[in-house]
Design a protein around this ligand. Sequence first.
Ligand SMILES: [Zn+2]
Length: 300
Amino acid sequence: MPDATQRLLLVHAHPDDETIGNGATMAKYVAEGRQVTCVTCTAGEMGEILVPELAHLAADQEDGLGEHRRTEIEDAMAALGVTDHRWLGGFGRFRDSGMKWHEAGHAIAADETDERAFANADLAVAADQLVQIIREVRPQVMATYDQFGGYGHPDHIQAHRVATYAAHLAAVPSYRPELGEAWDIAKIYWNAMSESKMREGLRRLREVIGHRLADDLVLTGRRLDAHEALAAGLVSRVVPAGDQLATARALAEQVCLGGGTAVRATLRMAGAGSDAASYLGPVQTPREVDEVAFSEDLMG
Ligand SMILES: [Zn+2]
């Protein structure tokens, strides 16, 4: 019998964030019989499309990326064993706000945002949706982004605000009792990059692909081609574009094909000095991932 006396809630902004950031964590606690509830705040309509065959789904064309990613996250949840996935406020309630890159290497708000954009949502309205979920699920532990959303994405920052605000409100008995009985979440984790792992990763990156290419990836954010990464031994395998289940599985193993982006984000976070290890970068082998991800019991 699954022991659902321990419950973990994750709050993420876009489909795939949950798997890239916490896939191994979710799979671990599902496997141990803990209840895992994953909330996604937007359908990721503005996401960057890397697969040419799917380019027609872009927001400025058919605007069908959200529906497509809906099926992708269903596959990802099935691969990870998560049976309780929810969209904040229901599917399509809050829209992906999009982003653009600041020259300093982090994300900032796009020039124009849709009026339904999550980043523009009334904080109290969005938080109430999560208060209801918190009071129903009654998680002892919640995981979400840090105040900077990892790399500055406006939706990640908003997800952090909504999760934090909702956690406080959910615990107050006098706050909107019609949303459920008050529940106080015992522990809240922010996803963080491990500084020690990041430094080790950079060292290995330079060793394997040379200083110039490594610095190019880190400083300019140039993406490493998936096959280039495979040849350099930075990822364990490359999955064919469009094979969603294989992609979900690969992500569940924390194998990241967009190495350049993750490395850049990792470098930016170096000053944070966190060793929470719930985020694992792209330059580690699955074996190391297992050791780090499972070394600390979040639910303990
Ligand atoms: Zn995201």
